[in-house]
Design a protein around this ligand. Structure first.
Ligand code: FE
Length: 199
């Protein structure tokens, strides 16, 4: 697996005075026309993922994680089409590190672990791999492939592993070109509560 060096980050300086507004801007402006190999834009994907989390009664922190889980794709200029070039740009770690300046582990850990959760589910659940999208299969290969039994057990022992699994299931569903969701702005209060909780 090829690891890219520490990426340059869009908007990564400490000058961000309105973090929530900044994150919504990233999703809207950078995510509104990025597809990342899937059927829906990054913005639609984020909204759908957060909508599933909300429908299942997830905490504000986990809904925030669902909305922001792929932000690592948007803030890293080296991420675009990385998978197609056979590179793992580690978007889950880039994203979690990026978010850690404003949120605590209830948000950042599920983000950081959502790729591991995919690798876990491929090992633990019959038929899971077969349901993955083409892009998810492609990225799985550069992300290290399915866990073995020992790696799966290690994963389950990590904090927030179950939240990461829940997030990963919504992630997989959130690729529907027809799905209606609330607006991005409707999630601002959720992000504000999640940020306050973690402060
Ligand atoms: Fe995703």
């Amino acid at each position: 697996m090829t690891q890219s060096p520490e990426p340059q980050i869009h908007g990564g300086d400490a000058a961000v005075t309105d973090p929530i507004g900044h994150l919504l801007w990233l999703l809207e402006e950078l995510g509104g026309d990025r597809y990342g190999g899937e059927e829906v834009t990054q913005l639609a994907h984020a909204l759908q993922c957060a909508t599933f989390a909300q429908r299942e009664g997830a905490s504000d922190s986990l809904v925030a994680a669902a909305l922001l889980h792929d932000i690592g794709h948007l803030v890293n200029p080296k991420d675009e089409d990385a998978t197609l070039r056979g590179i793992d740009a580690a978007h889950e770690k880039v994203g979690a590190n990026y978010l850690a300046r404003w949120f605590g582990p209830a948000v950042t850990a599920p983000v950081a672990q959502h790729v591991a959760a995919k690798r876990y589910l491929c090992q633990a659940e019959d038929g899971y791999f077969d349901r993955l999208s083409e892009e998810s299969v492609r990225s799985l290969a550069v992300q290290g492939g399915p866990f073995d039994a020992a790696q799966a057990a290690d994963f389950l022992a990590r904090p927030y592993a179950q939240d990461a699994v829940a997030l990963r299931r919504w992630d997989e569903l959130a690729k529907d070109p027809e799905m209606a969701t609330p607006t991005l702005e409707a999630f601002r209060p959720v992000l504000e509560r999640a940020e306050r909780r973690e402060a």
